[in-house]
Design a protein around this ligand. Structure first.
Ligand code: FES
Ligand code: FES
Length: 167
């Protein structure tokens, strides 16, 4: 059996320039977890249903099991590993999930938090319905979603207060 030819890709991953060789068939989630050592994005289904693999790609939430790594050539990607502040403290969205008990087993949480980050960029002060619709691509088997909604509301309030204080 001959090895499949590899393609060079270059991308910005959590603010760092990364270059790699990938097979054309490699999914972005496999590249992230196996080549870039970013195991925060999880694999729940590999069929675009669960959202555990969600990352931010060029300002949009994507399910990284649905994207080939070669399609991310030249892209900017944010994963859960890139959410913490430069001093290592938690991002307000991470703190809100912690404080509001927006997680139990935590399997869905990296995808939930990265998706919430984009949702709050799209709609800084979402209604409960907008939160539920905005997170509808992310499945949680544990929480019943109520505390996730509370966490997003709390994060939105914290981010708005920080923005006001900076203005
Ligand atoms: S692993 Fe990608 S959506 Fe489930
Ligand atoms: S906290 Fe367990 S799947 Fe969401």
């Amino acid at each position: 059996m001959t090895a499949m030819a590899k393609t060079a890709i270059k991308l910005k991953l959590n603010g760092n320039e990364v270059e790699a060789l990938v097979e054309p068939r490699t999914l972005l989630i496999h590249f992230l977890r196996e080549q870039a050592d970013l195991t925060g994005p999880h694999i729940g289904c590999e069929t675009t249903h669960c959202g555990a693999c969600t990352v931010d790609l060029n300002g949009r939430s994507v399910k990284s099991c649905t994207v080939f790594a070669v399609q991310a050539d030249g892209a900017e990607i944010l994963t859960i590993e890139g959410m913490a502040r430069p001093d290592g403290s938690l991002h307000p969205i991470q703190s809100a999930f912690l404080q509001e008990h927006g997680l139990q087993c935590g399997f869905c949480t990296p995808g939930m938090i990265v998706r919430t980050h984009r949702l709050l960029q799209e709609i800084p002060n979402p209604t409960e319905d907008e939160i539920r619709v905005g997170l509808s691509g992310n499945i949680c088997r544990c929480t019943g979603y109520q505390n996730i909604v509370k966490a997003v509301q709390s994060a939105a309030a914290q981010l708005a207060a920080t923005k006001e204080a900076a203005e």
